[in-house]
Design a protein around this ligand. Sequence first.
Ligand code: PGA
Length: 247
Amino acid sequence: MRKKIVAGNWKMNLDLEEGKELVRSLIQEDLSAEVECILIPSFVHLSEVSKLTEQTTLKLGSQNNHAVNGGAYTGEVSAKMLQSVGVSYGLVGHSERRIYQKEDAETLSAKVQQLLKNGINPIFCCGESLSERKNSQHFETVEKQLQLLWELEPKEFEQVIIAYEPVWAIGTGETATAEQAQEMHAFIRAQLQKNFGTLAAQCSILYGGSCKPGNAAELFAQEDVDGGLIGGASLKAKDFAAIVNAF
Ligand code: PGA
């Protein structure tokens, strides 16, 4: 049985008080015990969110980490630091970082390694741009993005979660149809199977991109969609809870 997961990526939103209020509201919600719920606030909110969620089933995630474990890198945050404040999941390769920070495969691979070394589960993001989709290059793009995972040991791969996020669906209000999501998720699982055999069946593959209460149930009903990576809709407790309970 694969883990069902819903992760809320707060991105660069909410000040500390707003973030704490969101967590308090979420704790009041009746969240399905079958779903692993992960909150991914900004670095500066991690410690406070960690304290608030300590006695709950809510898990903590990071939006980014540096490619090395420590040293003279002003302004950066290492996986070791993240682990020390209670982070158990880490986003790697979100399209916003690939685009704005020009993160390449080599950097992303080092970041995945750092997370694994520090006992944090990487949530590895992949997904094609609108032009790649229009030119029917979406499978090729995702296949290329996944390649850096093939160097992992099976034991390491077991810790990895995949998030498929078509760039054209992120923050645009335009969601991939359930069929488009399932088609890509099945493709991703086939790639995982080629490289890691039966372990592929245990890997959770999340969908991200304008996932909201109104479309989550249909997306999550697809055979290879094991949950969601939620941006905008994760900033409202009621919406996030409705998505969690959409399975
Ligand atoms: P969105 O963002 O739900 O606002 O489209 C998803 C994401 O980027 O993780």
